[in-house]
Design a protein around this ligand. Structure first.
Ligand code: EPU
Length: 338
């Protein structure tokens, strides 16, 4: 066996929120072969396996994890060009921002709006990562994964991934059995700036923008809106933007003039929760027991000094209660609890 299984590893050291108790077993895998070995170890020892990428979207409980945490470091990056299309084959353990930087340096269009997002490539299909008008669902052509129970290897088409806003097949109970090993993105040699998203519109007025301009602008915006991951605990947006019916949205508009909404399908409207937390609930910058809503972007939860997940749980529940009380909306978390 090539893999080195460790015992009793603290999850707080492997999640960007910097909380979480002890995992019974922990292993890092650097290849698909090692992932298979790790899954065999889990079956033989009757341990539940759980794959972890950058740990940037996880709220790990204080009780820890009774099973085997598999830290995914499966690397690999290659491109094939077909006409104007460039197919990027990417190991799921690659760091997303390094992949974006590489594609941008080669002038391959598609991923630039996803600059500066923490985490690994394997996590992107799971929650259909998106920012500044681009979701990975518009770029992914295929996802390879291995079934943790049967060890079957399967390639999922874009359709089979069943993507929606911050959601996919891989978040369902059946989908959770599949561990992603490779993601294929379809990029383009043709210049395709996507500048529709509010804050990017300023770039449009500048005329000819290069792919580097877009990446640099997004890095700049994010450095203001998001805290430094190396200094404080955070998982980016902690909650999803709620999607409500058009009727509910008109009622909210009557009550809170200025509330924004974006069409989500034929009948629904997506509301920026950051705006609601800030302007309706007055919670931007609010802190309790060392946990805060970031003063520059209220949707971002910041763990300044809490050592326990239960402190974050209490804080998040309180925020959800205030939103419910003020607007009637039940908000959902974007982060995954383990
Ligand atoms: N707003 C406020 N006050 C705040 C925060 C936001 O008024 O404190 C307003 C903004 O001015 C803006 C609107 O709310 O008009 C939306 O804010 P923003 O553009 O920052 O985007 P968001 O909806 O809060 C989403 C994603 C982010 C992504 C950004 C940019 C979700 C849950 N979050 O945030 O994704 O980076 O758009 O595209 O969809 C993540 O998923 O972890 C994440 C960071």
């Amino acid at each position: 066996m090539n893999i080195k299984v460790e015992k009793n590893v603290l999850l707080s050291a492997h999640t960007t929120l910097k909380v979480g108790g002890v995992a019974d077993f922990f292993v890092q895998v650097d290849s698909v072969e090692e992932l298979v070995e790790a899954l065999q170890f889990a079956s033989e020892n009757n341990e539940t396996p759980l794959i972890l990428g950058g740990g940037s979207n996880i709220l790990a409980s204080d009780e820890g994890f009774c099973g085997l945490i598999i830290k995914n470091c499966i690397k690999g990056l290659s491109y094939t060009v077909h006409g104007d299309n460039v197919y990027l084959y990417c190991g799921s353990g690659e760091v997303l921002d390094e992949v974006v930087a590489d594609a941008v340096s080669k002038n391959y269009w598609g991923l630039e709006n996803l600059s500066s997002i923490p985490g690994t490539v394997g996590a992107t299909p799971v929650q259909n990562v998106g920012a500044y008008g681009v979701e990975v669902s518009s770029l992914i052509t295929e996802v390879s994964a291995i079934n943790s129970e049967t060890k079957e290897i399967k390639n999922f088409s874009n359709k089979e991934c069943d993507f929606s806003y911050r959601d996919s097949f891989f978040k369902t109970s059946e989908g959770k059995k599949w561990m992603i090993t490779e993601v294929v993105f379809k990029l383009s040699l043709i210049k395709k700036p996507q500048l529709d998203y509010g804050t990017l519109k300023t770039l449009e007025t500048l005329g000819a923008v290069s792919i580097d301009d877009i990446r640099n602008e997004i890095i700049k915006i994010r450095s203001v809106k998001f805290p430094n991951w190396h200094k404080v605990g955070t998982a980016g947006s902690f909650f999803k933007n709620p999607v409500v019916s058009k009727e509910v949205f008109s009622d909210l508009q009557a009550k809170f003039p200025g509330i924004q909404g974006y069409p989500a399908g034929e009948t629904m409207t997506k509301i920026p929760l950051g705006w609601v937390l800030d302007n309706v609930c007055n919670l931007r910058g609010f802190c309790m027991d060392g946990v805060c809503l970031y003063r520059e972007q209220a949707l971002v939860l910041v763990n300044e000094s809490a050592k326990d997940a239960k402190v974050i749980e209490k804080f998040a529940n309180y925020v959800a209660e205030v939103v419910k009380e003020k607007t009637g909306i039940n908000i959902e978390r974007e982060v995954t609890s383990v």
